[in-house]
Each structure stands twice: as C-alpha cells, then as structure tokens.
Design a protein around this ligand. Structure first.
Ligand code: ZN
Length: 84
C-alpha cells in the first residue's frame, strides 16, 4: 500500500507564500527537482491561489483565510476512517 502522503506537502503553501527559511526552501527545492508528482500538483494549485490573491484589486493585508489555509496545510491532517 502507498497511502502515505509526501512529507513535503505541508511546506508547499508556505513555499508559495515565500515564507520558508533558506534551509527549508533548499530542501524543498531539491525534493521538487526529483519530480514528486504529488508535490508538483499541489504546488501548481497553491501557486494559482496565491497569484489570484496577488491580482485581486484590494491591496490589503492577506485575509485570515490565507493564514488558515497555510496552517491547515502545515498541520498534519487527521487520518481518514475515524469519524466520517
Ligand atoms: Zn513530494
């Protein structure tokens, strides 16, 4: 079974927001160079969201939703199968 998710997935949102420190970024970029399909897909999606925010007309502080998304991405997800 290969149900485990890539350990780098949690850092992709922070990476798209340019919020990683240099060591984390170096590690993640090295991982992306190994062409992890899971991370490539997720990073593409996250980048699109960040760009959409950047292009939105109101140049205000990032909405709380963004923070929540980042926190959700960084925090380990609860395993499926216990509750639903
Ligand atoms: Zn990966």
């Amino acid at each position: 079974m290969g149900a485990e998710r890539c350990a780098w997935l949690g850092l992709l949102a922070a990476h798209a927001l340019d919020a990683l420190d240099s060591a984390e970024r170096a590690g993640l970029e090295g991982h992306l160079r190994s062409r992890c399909a899971e991370c490539e897909g997720e990073l593409g999606r996250t980048r699109r969201e960040v760009e959409a925010l950047a292009e939105s007309p109101a140049p205000v502080a990032p909405p709380p939703l963004v923070r929540r998304r980042v926190l959700n991405a960084v925090r380990p997800r609860r395993r499926r199968g216990s509750g639903e």
